[in-house]
Design a binder for this molecule. Sequence first.
Ligand code: MRU
Length: 368
Amino acid sequence: MNVNGVPMRTIWLNDDGWSVEIIDQTIFPFSFETLTLRNVEDCARAIADMYVRGAPLIGATAAYGMALAMRDDSSDAALAHAYETLHATRPTAINLKWALDRFKAVLTPLPADERMINAYKHAALLCDEDVAVNSTIGDYGLALINDIAKDKAPGTPVNILTHCNAGWLATVDWGTATSPIYKAHDMGINVHVWVDETRPRNQGNSLTAWELGQHGVAHHVIVDNAGGHLMQHGQVDMVLTGTDRTSANGDVCNKIGTYLKALAARDNNIPFYVALPSSTIDFSLHDGVANIPIEERSGTEVSHVLGRTADGKVQTMQITPDGSPLANPAFDVTPARLVSGLITERGIAAATTEALAALFPERAGKTS
Ligand code: MRU
């Protein structure tokens, strides 16, 4: 997508041919800066501390982490160490394990002196695939938006509510939930997005709102609790989110608060769709509510917020009383029964074991 009119991805190889550039997502929307990753530890830190985030981009960063690791040491021991270091960063998004398993399978059979070059090639391939997959998700999702648009009175927008950032900043490009939105906007469909702020880290108001603004998509940022009210008053036509892990039966794990949006959507007869690359499906789990591990992050994400003061200083401020105990589960799981459909690169599947298995027969029944 474009940043100030210049096309960009979220991760790319530096001109030096080996180090890796990312966009620092911790300082949005106040600054736009890039960071250079030079080794596997840099990549692990970038994922754990959320300089990069979003399930597909976490996978892509891990891919380049494996390449950087192989540049420093391409032994079996280094391969295993890099896998473990990256795998330990964040527990919920399954794209991380998916990417690491792919690298393990590609690199392990190779002689050590061929691993580095193949790891770089494979990281570039994984990124290109992510872009293509998300673009295709956009085409399938666009058809849904178009159908809604046809039923609307002329001049009225299709109102889409989204949660967290499942935009291009969460992927290599296009985004998952935003891909259909960008395609609809580019086709001239009148779309308007309700952007949940997405406490505690505010990925909605810092990332999604920024992205949509860059692309010229009409939107309003709302507090996380506003969605139900808007739905009751006919101001939401569709909820569209991403996911960090979807189990084989179609339970959808996504940023904390997604479940409440799905409940409100069901109560108001509003379709709740989830856009995802198949790398986000965990075919080894058959009950996402019970089995998807939910990351518990630092309480300081709850007690503190980043903001800009009237005189332009970017500051972190405490908003809770000293000493109040804090809890910060970062994700929740929306049961499949509340999901209207899963928009994948192979089409839109019902959120059921049978439908997902029919779309991805080569992966269904496997352990990862
Ligand atoms: O904690 P984050 O910012 O990594 O969480 C991201 C989300 O929950 C996204 O909605 C999800 O990864 C889908 S991204 C295409």
